[in-house]
Design a protein around this ligand. Structure first.
Ligand SMILES: Cc1ncc(C[n+]2csc(CCOP(=O)(O)OP(=O)(O)O)c2C)c(N)n1
Ligand code: SF4
Length: 536
């Protein structure tokens, strides 16, 4: 069969297309975005009628995928790790409802926080929900695991998590495809109360979920993805999970690691295999990417005083990404991979693009706020968060998607005047709408800027869910027409914009100001994509 060179994200997407999915649901977030984009751009997916447009947020994406699974079809939902917090309610409850059609949730973690607010490890949430996890070590495994994941999901009637991390998502390797499968026919659950989590039903289903765990452990113990490799030097055994196994093996290009190695890529943990390596070796070293999850589970599980080295005892740094060099040092090997960064290479701090509409919005806002003491602008997550940096120094918070409006509300309730919120158009539809409703219900004195650049700029320019409809949404929620303004963030309108902003800062109620100008990056892309006009 055909071999392709694919990013980890693309391997998952191709695996999903070849496994016969009927729909993929997602909200963009690095490093998961390319999975859905690959399906959206795939001719094959189009021909097969696979549904793939963006959802408003991760929770709506998750629930839509659960509905497709209810209808008996295979489906995938993708998000970055913090997106799983947004979808946590349906995620945890879907372990109890179970799945009908095969259901895979891809959680893309970002250790070292390359483009995220935190480096939480999604395996923790899956363990909490008792959902099995697949953690590929390379791109081929990522592809193969999608097929396997759907089988496990259907066999045990349970969603399956695929946990990946940035380096796997964004690096390429050759991937061999298998023969694509047909999509499933609609087939409703045999038990039509399966998805009705009334307490009496939920209690029974929860017992079923607990019962499934033994079978899932057996699957892990016999899985081709969890492997025990013999080694003569039993003074140390190495447990390597997911991409950690790849980093370990890069230290042994001839695959001649002298120590026993247990590769773990499927959870719940394969206890028999762990018992074996713990019984055979004097000490254990953990090579896992992300939090010391296996390490913590082990200290409770082994209880025999066996020395376990890893992130908890400082052998490996407690935070940040794992890599080949860190493992070399932990193994007492020469740390020779890669070169020092030459002094001519200086870090380039992130900044708003020259000509970005957000710059003018901040210049307007900063000018008006000059007469107040600083510290009253609650922002959100997007390109506009870069307004926190010099030379603008315009915003004072960025916590989670949607938190701008609600934090401004809380500060206003506390008596702060003026209290200002700054949120992007995509973030507003993701989770700002409900906060605006709270403000309208309380007639809270807040001035809310919804920066409408007609795109989801930070994640590469995906269409925003409320494209062209933001003011209608605000009106629908109950924002007073008199205090709803659309302004043009351009130098030539600076004075005019300042006047509107000043008036609304003085208003003791909810004001919404929508600075509207397209992101210059998407203008560029759109122009490139337009057909060239014939010159006569
Ligand atoms: C829960 C969650 N989901 C996804 C992301 C990834 N992400 C960061 S900013 C952003 C949206 C930015 O779009 P918008 O609000 O329109 O602002 P812009 O970047 O266009 O200025 C997304 C999807 C995230 N940080 N958190
Ligand atoms: S990508 Fe667009 S929104 Fe983001 S900084 Fe550049 S111009 Fe501004």
């Amino acid at each position: 069969m055909q071999k392709l060179v694919l990013l980890g994200d693309e391997a998952i997407a191709q695996g999903a297309i070849d496994s016969g999915i009927s729909g993929i649901y997602a909200y963009p977030g690095t490093p998961s975005t390319e999975i859905t984009e690959y399906v959206q751009n795939s001719k094959e997916a189009k021909e097969k009628g696979i549904r793939s447009s963006w959802s408003a947020n991760e929770k709506t994406a998750y629930e839509s995928a659960l509905g497709m699974s209810y209808a008996g079809k295979r489906t995938m939902v993708c998000m970055k790790h913090v997106g799983l917090n947004v979808a946590a309610d349906p995620f945890v409850n879907s372990a109890i409802t179970g799945a009908n059609g095969g259901f895979i949730v891809v959680a893309a973690d970002d250790p070292s926080m390359h483009s995220s607010q935190n480096e939480q490890d999604s395996r923790a949430l899956a363990k909490f929900a008792m959902i099995p996890i697949l953690e590929p070590a390379n791109q081929q495994e990522a592809y193969d695991m999608v097929h396997y994941g759907f089988e496990i999901s259907e066999k045990y009637s349970i969603p399956v998590m695929m946990r990946i991390t940035t380096r796997l998502a964004h690096s390429r390797a050759g991937v061999a495809r298998i023969i694509p499968q047909m999509q499933k026919e609609i087939k409703l659950p045999g038990n039509l109360t399966q998805f009705v989590l009334l307490p009496a039903i939920a209690r029974k289903q929860y017992k079923d979920l607990l019962k499934k765990q033994d079978g899932l452990v057996k699957e892990s113990e016999s899985s081709a993805f969890n492997k025990y490799y013999e080694g003569k030097d039993k003074s140390l055994g190495i447990i390597a999970s997911g991409i950690g196994y790849n980093y370990l093996m890069e230290n042994y290009p001839d695959r001649n690691c002298p120590n026993p190695v247990l590769k773990i890529s499927q959870y719940p943990l394969p206890y028999k295999l762990i018992k074996r390596i713990a019984g055979e070796c004097k000490e254990l070293l953990l090579a896992e990417e992300g939090a010391p999850m296996i390490e913590e589970w082990l200290s409770g599980y082994l209880r025999n005083g066996l020395k376990v080295k890893g992130r908890l005892d400082g052998t490996i740094p407690r935070d940040g990404e794992l890599n080949t060099n860190i493992l070399a040092r932990a193994l007492g090997l020469e740390d020779t991979r890669g070169k020092e960064i030459p002094s001519v290479v200086v870090p380039r701090p992130p900044s708003l693009c020259a000509g970005c509409p957000h710059i003018d919005s901040y210049l307007d806002l900063n000018a008006v706020l000059e007469e107040y003491t600083p510290g009253r602008v609650f922002a959100d997550i997007g390109c506009y968060t870069l307004g926190a940096l010099p030379p603008y120094n315009s915003v004072n918070s960025c916590v989670d998607m949607g938190a701008s409006i609600t934090m401004a509300k809380g500060a206003s309730d506390a008596g702060l005047r003026p209290a200002v919120a700054v949120i992007g158009d995509s973030t507003f539809t993701h989770s700002g709408i409900t906060g605006l409703l709270d403000c309208v219900n309380d007639n809270t004195p807040v001035t809310i800027f919804i920066l409408d650049n007609a795109t989801t700029g930070m994640t590469g320019g995906q269409i925003s869910s409320a494209y062209g409809r933001i003011e209608d949404i605000c009106r629908g929620i109950g924002v007073d027409e008199e205090h709803l303004h659309i302004i043009n963030p351009m130098k030539k309108y600076h004075e005019e914009n300042m006047k509107i902003i000043q008036e609304e800062l003085n208003y003791e109620g909810v004001s919404v100001i929508i600075p509207r100008r397209e992101c210059i990056q998407t203008i560029g892309k759109r122009k490139k994509a337009e057909p060239v006009k014939e010159v006569k």
